[in-house]
Design a protein around this ligand. Sequence first.
Ligand SMILES: C=C(O[C@@H]1C=C(C(=O)O)C=C[C@H]1O)C(=O)O
Ligand SMILES: NC(=O)CC[C@H](N)C(=O)O
Length: 680
Amino acid sequence: MTPVRRILLVDAYDSFSNNLAALIRLITHAEVHTIKIDTYTNREFRAFLKSFDAIVIGPGPGTPTNDEDVGIIPQIYALPEEEIIPVFGVCLGFQSLCLGFGATISRLKVVKHGQSSIIRHQGNDLFQNCGEVDAIRYHSLRAEMNEEVLKELEVLAVADDGPEENGEVIMAVKHKRLPFWGVQYHPESCCTNLDGAKVVANWWKLATGWLNRKGRVSEPLPDGWVVPLEKQNLLGMPQPPADRELSYRSFHAPCLDIVELCELLEVQTQQQFVMLDSSAKHTGRYTILGVFLPGRTDTFTWRVGDENMLTETFGRPGVAEEHVSPETSPNGIWGDLSAHMSAFNTTGGDEESPFWGGFIGYFNYEAGVSALDVELSSPRGDEKIGRARVPDMNLTFFHRSIVVDNISGKVWVQSLEIRDEDWVIEMTEKVKLLAAMSITPTTTPPNEIVGNSAVTLPRSTASSGERIATATAIVEPLFPVSGVTITQPGKEKYMDNVRACQRELAKGESYELCLTAQTTVDLELPFTDDEDAGWKIYKHLRKRNPAPFAGFYRVANTTLVSSSPERFLSWDRHGHFQLRPIKGTVRKAKPDGTTVTRREAEEILNTPKERAENLMIVDLIRHDLHGVLDGQEDEDGGVKVSKLMGIEEYETVFQLVSVIEGRMGGPYERRRVYGDGCFA
Ligand SMILES: C=C(O[C@@H]1C=C(C(=O)O)C=C[C@H]1O)C(=O)O
Ligand SMILES: NC(=O)CC[C@H](N)C(=O)O
């Protein structure tokens, strides 16, 4: 019986290493165990190496000449002969191999991140039976070899960047005597072609051939070793049995107007109001409204670094503090929030409804970064302007909710609350009555909805230009223009930041940096005192820029108005997930008042720079999802790029959009919690 082979992936804290692990599993059917470059000392590493058959050294930021960037890697290429096992180095792993045998590492004149190249090879060794290799490169550095080095290392492939850029760049090598191979490009990128990925299969054939000739058989894993597949999987967490039945009514109301529905729920007077809104019949579909229940609806607020999470109950004065220090909450706020949700496992809802009740709110960028143990720069944003810092997390848990399907016109009135049937019935009648008074259909019949690729704008026969003219026509200003102060980022400071980013990219410290800056709009009194201000702004925005992933959140003295064309993540109770990253934006309105045509937008967006930015995010998202799946991909790998760089038209912009989706495979029970993780 063929022994189960074990491969050790040494990860240099890269953004694509989980994709590499998934590719290796798919091709070799070996167990793949990932460690970081600094998880173990050299002695510890050599002690358990006997349990493995081969090593893959992954890509990573930094340079192989900096010990901190490579950790244990140089020791792998310098193992005593009797401890050596086959090694495959990718990008930084490849550069470390070259450096280890005397090559020099230098900067590319023109960096290559997210760019494809034709790789010239001889069809031998790693490239046995390979046709044309069209591969994605993510590197700022290169390996160069003199005659002395070429006595030990054989060049297997190069890329010709041309004399005006980098000239001929080495893309693959093998050691002439030891079982070491490496490639500079990324075989695991979704845009490297099959022949480019085939080098992994060829490497594995060469490596197992070497193992068989040596008669090498790996030992069992050491006691206490954590097998990656047994790691606590985010989605596999045991859920307590559902202990409540959802109470709901559903009906069709094709004329229901969302703005009117919000005003029925007293958005103008209610101090608190929460809605996730799809105000355009694009990729979004549902509008989800949380309905506050006095004495029951809790809002959880937290700022990075605080040891307490604050809880405010609607209709009750005062704020409770919930300690979330590492002692009381080993998983920090994330564990507490998960525990709160698990207490509401629910069955009996309509499977068509995407949300049965639960948390609605936001985490900002800093809240996400804090989970990565990365030091945040402070003071940030508002603090720099001397304002109270907006919470980094605001989440409200809704027992009562109303969901509207903006395409079919179906409406659900729902409650997780026990014995809340009377409210469900009463609210259903109110919404039906409201819909009955509206005569203008607000839904888009399914047959007008074209597949995601050719997105249908809201029901309008006007041309794009006419729609823009309407949307941007000088309408009655929302507030006296004199009362507005707009503070934009300083140009020089911003350009300094751009140059700093370019320096980091040139050093090989990062593949892609998304530089954002804050623009503040200050409204002078009395406008900002008007409770209704946020709602007026949202209605105005909704009319001028209908967007599939919009939102209005006014809770705990924070108002968030959103009108986004971009879906970060949707995930349903059957484990299906979808992300729709955007990188590539073309504003439709031109300075001269005309509008950009689709053809012009395509010319701008189908350029190496725009496509590279989009590809890097697609590969990054694949990496993140493979990390969650952690080898529990179902038979087809669990993560698919169902659309790569499609151009979608929205009200005021053209966007370059990719779609990554799939299903969580493995021992994944259907989460019958309260609905989906719907993240706009
Ligand atoms: C991060 C932002 O924009 C991101 C970058 C985009 C682009 O490069 O076209 C588009 C949407 C966002 O993913 C932002 O607007 O703050
Ligand atoms: N993807 C990588 O491993 C990059 C290696 C190195 N940081 C470079 O930029 O060349």
